[in-house]
Design a protein around this ligand. Structure first.
Ligand SMILES: Cc1ncc(C[n+]2csc(CCOP(=O)(O)OP(=O)(O)O)c2C)c(N)n1
Ligand SMILES: [Mg+2]
Length: 592
């Protein structure tokens, strides 16, 4: 129902006008008495802006962040004064860190009671000042258009968070009740916005091309900034005989089965990618701020070129000799025009052989029979059933590593994760946003039992909006990744990581989803088929081996020593863990 034209416009109506002008058609949130003025305006505007009710504002903020990642447009979330606003923060930091444009709208107390210890009296503009590139309170209806429009423009231009807070009384204020200051003439603001083309500097390209021309063992590290440069990436890789390795956020940039693509890097990465980084003499980074410095080549080992749209991101992790600031596709195209094909493919072929062996070790790891069920089997069987254009999201932990290694991205699939914030609990909200943004496409979430516990209430949101999401829970009754970090990185016995076993299939049933459980390897494929045949939302609770190691793709000497030290103090768990470490894919990962 649209607002009757005779009804005077309030600040809330004006705010929604601005949001519509900026193309915002979905708001994720949860109401409260500090935001009910805007809720009423939303009720009247349901035909143009849909309101998605989350169970926790944190979920709403993750949904808004994911919405922005999926669409490239502004994601929008809304929360009430005080606790509602605080709950938004993780999802907003996720947007800030992964550079997604998000607008957060919150309430504030009545203006004449602010900062008087009144109820829910948190100063949101201060609270959000770190996470947001723009954060302001709006103090009258006449202020709405100026501030809200600038907030939207800032979110897009800075690819980050903008926040506006409206006191409850302002939300209901009518425009005619709001006196304009003499300088605030009506009609001076529009939603005009355009992005620059961002061509690279010619000298920078010449410098980069010179280094690439001399390189003999070149590796390309691609991140999310390369997402629109797939054709150019594959072309330059072919030209240079350079394997492509990917940061997790760049997983969908190029398909995993492509012969030039070696998979992910880092803790969750592949052995061929790690080998390529260790042996290269030249590194070309395209649109990536992959944060784990220890997985890059050693300083001095490789001459490095970095293409990034943002000059502040240059040389953050590796000493860069040739910075190129500009759009990834345009910069790669300019480089390609100056390069000649490299005839020597020996480096590439060596890394390709490692990829073959690595894929065999993954397959062997998934083929293991018996109980407890191995988590690799679950994600491998999931991968085999994914649609060509599926959207895959994952959470944070060992489950992320399994999705990173066992989901072999195809050309038209999309991948989403809380990357740089790496926040547990983001997976389910990301899937909700994906299903809303891409109706009709297959949406699959791989999550851990710890992460799911943090956002389990959003299962009810999935039911409420009838979203046919398929969730796979890697249920190891453990904060698995941390358990392995304690043992392997520090030599400490596991402490504080054992989770009480939970039957998530029954929780799912309680939320109105179909709930299935897998406990044995021989039933994995059958139950997976049942889940994929089900038309509605379904959760597969895969009860897996808690002793299954989470290892980086290549061992360091200290890992072996640390494990020994930790296991000496864990007599009950020792034999199971040692057994698991001798099986694939752990065996290959542990080779020197
Ligand atoms: C909000 C939050 N708290 C803590 C962490 C640290 N952390 C990273 S992975 C992880 C374990 C996650 O457990 P689970 O979801 O069961 O996944 P698993 O590793 O067992 O697959 C933890 C606690 C985090 N990343 N985010
Ligand atoms: Mg777990």
């Amino acid at each position: 129902m649209s607002i009757a034209t005779s009804q005077p416009k309030t600040a809330s109506h004006l705010l929604l006008d601005v949001l519509e002008q900026w193309g915002i058609d979905t708001i994720y949130g949860l109401p409260g008495d500090g935001i009910n003025g805007i809720m009423e305006a939303l009720r009247q505007r349901q035909d143009r802006i849909r309101f998605i009710l989350a169970r926790n504002e944190e979920g709403a903020a993750f949904m808004a962040c994911a919405h922005a990642k999926w669409t490239g447009k502004i994601g929008c979330c809304l929360a009430t004064t005080g606790p509602g606003g605080v709950h938004l923060l993780n999802g907003l930091y996720d947007a800030k860190f992964d550079r997604a444009p998000v607008l957060a709208i919150t309430g504030l107390p009545y203006q004449d009671l602010m900062q008087t210890h009144t109820q829910q009296d948190i100063d949101h503009t201060r609270l959000f000042s770190d996470v947001a590139a723009y954060s302001t309170a709006i103090f009258s209806a006449a202020h709405v258009e100026n501030a809200a429009s600038l907030a939207c423009r800032t979110a897009l231009a800075r690819r980050g968070v903008a926040h506006i807070a409206l006191p409850v009384d302002v939300q209901e204020q009518k425009l005619e009740e709001s006196e304009r200051s003499p300088r605030n003439k009506p009609g001076h603001v529009t939603a005009a916005y355009v992005e620059a083309e961002r061509h690279p500097n010619a000298d920078a390209i010449a410098n980069a091309a010179d280094i690439l021309g001399k390189g003999e063992k070149i590796v390309i590290l691609a991140g999310q900034g390369a997402v629109k440069a797939r054709v150019e990436l594959l072309e330059i890789a072919e030209l240079l005989g350079a394997p492509i390795v990917k940061a997790l956020l760049g997983k969908a940039v190029v398909p995993d089965h492509h012969p030039m693509v070696m998979g992910g890097v880092g803790y969750l990465g592949t052995r061929p990618s790690q080998q390529a980084l260790e042996e290269c003499d030249t590194l070309l980074i395209v649109g990536s701020g992959f944060p784990y410095i220890e997985y890059y080549p050693k300083p001095g080992q490789a001459r490095a070129i970095q293409i990034d749209i943002d000059p502040t991101r240059i040389s953050l992790r590796y000493p860069i000799e040739a910075p190129v600031v500009g759009d990834a596709a345009l910069s790669l195209r300019a480089l390609i025009e100056q390069l000649h094909p490299h005839a020597d493919r020996s480096f590439l072929e060596r890394i390709q052989r490692t990829k073959e062996a690595w894929l065999v070790s993954l397959e062997d790891g998934a083929e293991r029979e018996g109980q407890p069920l191995k988590p690799q089997r679950v994600v491998r069987d999931l991968d085999l059933r994914l649609a060509e254009d599926a959207i895959i999201v994952t959470d944070c932990g060992h489950n992320t590593g399994l999705a990173a290694q066992y989901v072999m991205m195809r050309s038209n699939q999309l991948f989403g994760v809380s990357g740089t914030l790496a926040c547990m609990g983001a997976g389910i909200p990301y899937a909700v946003a994906a299903a809303l943004v891409f109706p009709g496409r297959q949406v699959v979430a791989v999550v851990g039992d710890g992460g799911l516990s943090m956002s389990v209430a959003e299962l009810a949101t999935i039911r409420k909006y009838d979203l046919p999401i398929r969730i796979v829970v890697i249920n190891n009754s453990s904060l698995g990744q941390i358990q392995w970090e304690q043992m392997m990185f520090l030599g400490h016995p596991e402490f504080g990581c054992a989770l009480e076993p939970v039957n998530f299939a029954r929780i799912a049933e309680g939320c109105g989803l179909k709930g299935l459980r897998i406990t044995r390897s021989d039933e994995c494929a059958v139950i997976m088929d049942e889940a994929f045949a089900h038309p509605g939302p379904v959760l597969i609770d895969a009860v897996v081996d808690a002793a299954e190691p989470m290892l980086p793709p290549k061992r360091r000497e200290t890992y072996v020593e640390n494990m020994e030290k930790a296991l000496q103090q864990m007599p009950n768990a020792r034999s199971e863990i040692e057994r698991a470490m001798q099986e694939e894919p752990a065996r290959t990962a542990l080779q020197p």
